[in-house]
Design a protein around this ligand. Structure first.
Ligand SMILES: Nc1nc2c(c(=O)[nH]1)N[C@H]1C(S)=C(S)[C@@H](COP(=O)(O)O)O[C@H]1N2
Ligand SMILES: [Mo]
Length: 258
C-alpha cells in the first residue's frame, strides 16, 4: 500500500481541476500574479484545516510516495524562475557555482557558511518523487542532496527557532523569492537540500546549485537557488508576512500539504 493519497488531496485536486476548466486557463499559475479573488478564496477555503488533518490523521512522519527508476519522466519542467537574471547569481553561474555558499543563521548556536563543495561531500540521500505544481502539472524526478536535519544539527538550531526561512537568489515581479517551513517539515526524513536531479548536477532551470525538496508539499514550497536559511521564531515577521513569495503575492496557503 504505497499510495498515500488522502481524501483531502482528491478533493483539492478535483476542485482545482474543475476550476481550471471552468475558468479557461485562469490557472496559468506560477508565472503570473494571480489576482482572481474567486479562485484564490476557493483554494484557501479548500485548504483550511488541511494542516491539522494531515498531522493528526496521517502522522507527522508520513513519507511522500517514492517511485521507481522506471517512473522517472524525461525531465522535470523548469517553472517559475527558469534563469535568474540577478547580477550576483549570473556571476556565480559563470564560474560553475564554484564560489557558491549556503549560509545558515538566525536562531542557531553556530551560524555557518557552507561551501557548495562541502555540501556535496556530505552524506547524500536520493529519492524519486513526484513534484506537483498548483498550475496543474506533475513530474517524477530523482533528487539527490543532503538531508536538511544533517545541516541543522551542524549549526545547532536553538529551541526558540520554530521555522526556517529560505532566501533565494532570484527576484521576481513582486520581489525576491523566499519560502518558509516549520521544524517538523524541516526535520522530516525526506526533506533535503538537493544538488542533483536525475543523476546530473541540478540544471539552472531546476534551481542550481541548491534547492529545497520538501516532499509532502506543493511545488511552490520547494525553494530554488537557495543561498541562505534563517532559523526564526515567527515567519510572519519576514518579507510580506505570508511565509513565501506566492503566499504574499497571490494568497497561496502557507501550509501546502499534499
Ligand atoms: N527561487 C525560486 N524557487 C521556486 C520558484 C521560483 O520562481 N523561484 N518557483 C516555485 C514553483 S511555483 C514551482 S512549481 C517549483 C518549480 O520547480 P522546477 O522548476 O524544478 O519544476 O519551484 C518553486 N520554487
Ligand atoms: Mo508551482
Amino acid at each position: 500500500m504505497s499510495d498515500t493519497k488522502s481524501p483531502i488531496i482528491l478533493t483539492r485536486r478535483a476542485l482545482v481541476g474543475s476550476l481550471a476548466v471552468a475558468s479557461g486557463g485562469l490557472l496559468s499559475g506560477c508565472d503570473a500574479l494571480n489576482s482572481n479573488r474567486g479562485w484564490r478564496d476557493t483554494l484557501l477555503l479548500a485548504e483550511k484545516g488541511n494542516m491539522a488533518l494531515q498531522r493528526t490523521i496521517q502522522g507527522s512522519r508520513r513519507r511522500a510516495r517514492e517511485y521507481s527508476e522506471r517512473d522517472i519522466g524525461r525531465s522535470v519542467p523548469a517553472n517559475g524562475t527558469r534563469a535568474p537574471t540577478d547580477a550576483d547569481y549570473l556571476k556565480q553561474a559563470a564560474t560553475g557555482f564554484s564560489d557558491w555558499t549556503l549560509t545558515i543563521d538566525g536562531l542557531v548556536e553556530t551560524p555557518t557558511r557552507f561551501a557548495l563543495g562541502q555540501i556535496r561531500s556530505m552524506p547524500k540521500q536520493t529519492q524519486i518523487t513526484r513534484h506537483d505544481c498548483v498550475e496543474g502539472w506533475s513530474a517524477i524526478g530523482k533528487w539527490t542532496g543532503v538531508n536538511l536535519a544533517h545541516l541543522l544539527d551542524k549549526v545547532q538550531v536553538k529551541d526558540s527557532a520554530r521555522y526556517l526561512v529560505f532566501h533565494c537568489a532570484d527576484t521576481l515581479r513582486a520581489g525576491p523569492y523566499y519560502e518558509s517551513i516549520d521544524m517538523e517539515d524541516a526535520r522530516h526524513p525526506q526533506t533535503m537540500m538537493a544538488w542533483a536531479l536525475n543523476d546530473e548536477l541540478l540544471p539552472i532551470g531546476n534551481g542550481a546549485p541548491l534547492r529545497l525538496r520538501v516532499e509532502r508539499h506543493l511545488g511552490y514550497k520547494h525553494a530554488k537557488y537557495v543561498r541562505r536559511i534563517e532559523a526564526v521564531a515567527d515567519y510572519r515577521l519576514a518579507y510580506g508576512g505570508g511565509g513565501g513569495y506566492w503566499e504574499d503575492a497571490a494568497g497561496y496557503e502557507w501550509y501546502a500539504g499534499i
